[in-house]
Ligand binder design. Structure first.
Ligand code: F6R
Length: 242
């Protein structure tokens, strides 16, 4: 993987936004792989700034979110559908129907994974996949032990991940137990992976992802299997690298 150490999140955001802008110029119906959480926010902000300058047409841009909680009521402000609408679709001015999020409705969960995979294939695959990483080493919500060949499916969130995400909910008990997430195999099919991490809490997961053995115990290490991965971190997240 190519490793880039940047000054701060803002610099990382500008860098990634620059790659996405050139991608969209080259391919106006580019397919973006969208992470949620705090990590990609600087990228989305920078991208919104570039788009607001007015020289790129994003009406044909398509998107696929990495994951979604299972069982949140439709329209819950912390569902990833709501987050993607608020943080990505609206500020960037994307066409809402072209941006998909896995379906976390328990009534439809049996076929939601296969439907999502089929939609990604029908779109011609993801051109650039933005990834954050969890303290547990997860990418998407593929917690340790996830098969490196896995496709979109339901997973159980681990206790540390639920605790980390409790900040978005009124009470830690409100964090759903289950999610539907692109698999590691799904992520590896994207044409370019961009893994972002900031802050010392991510240093260990980044060291394991970039320099550790490739293992299902550290799902982030799967990025080493991909021929085109860019890892962008600040000094604090790079602190455990050799
Ligand atoms: C989000 C996702 C997760 C996050 C990770 C880091 O769609 O799939 O893997 O990227 O939990 O979260 P933050 O960025 O909030 O530290």
């Amino acid at each position: 993987a190519e490793l880039v150490i940047v000054e701060d999140e803002r610099a990382a955001g500008e860098l990634v936004a620059g790659s996405i802008v050139s991608l969209i110029r080259r391919k106006p119906d580019a397919v973006l792989g969208l992470a949620t959480g705090s990590t990609p926010l600087a990228t989305y902000r920078a991208l919104a700034g570039r788009i607001a300058e007015g020289s790129i047409d994003v009406r044909g841009v398509r998107g696929f979110a990495l994951d979604e909680y299972v069982g949140l009521p439709a329209g819950h402000p912390e569902s990833y559908r709501s987050v993607i609408t608020r943080e990505v679709v609206e500020p960037l001015g994307l066409t809402p129907e072209l941006v998909r999020v896995p379906n976390g409705d328990p009534e439809q969960i049996q076929h939601a994974g296969a439907d999502y995979e089929a939609a990604i294939v029908a779109a011609g695959g993801i051109d650039i996949q933005i990834l954050g990483i969890g303290r547990t080493g997860h990418i998407g919500f593929n917690e340790p032990g996830s098969s490196l060949a896995s496709l979109t499916r339901v997973k159980t969130l681990t206790a540390p991940t639920r605790a980390d995400n409790a900040r978005f909910f009124d009470s830690p008990d409100d964090v759903p137990m289950h999610c539907i997430t692109q698999g590691i195999g799904t992520i590896l099919r994207a044409r370019h992976l961009v893994l972002l991490a900031f802050g010392e809490a991510k240093a260990e997961a980044i060291a394991a992802a970039v320099e550790g053995p490739v293992t299902a115990s550290q799902p982030g290490s799967a990025v080493q299997l991909h021929p085109h991965t860019t890892v962008i971190v600040d000094e604090a997240a790079a602190a455990r690298l050799e």
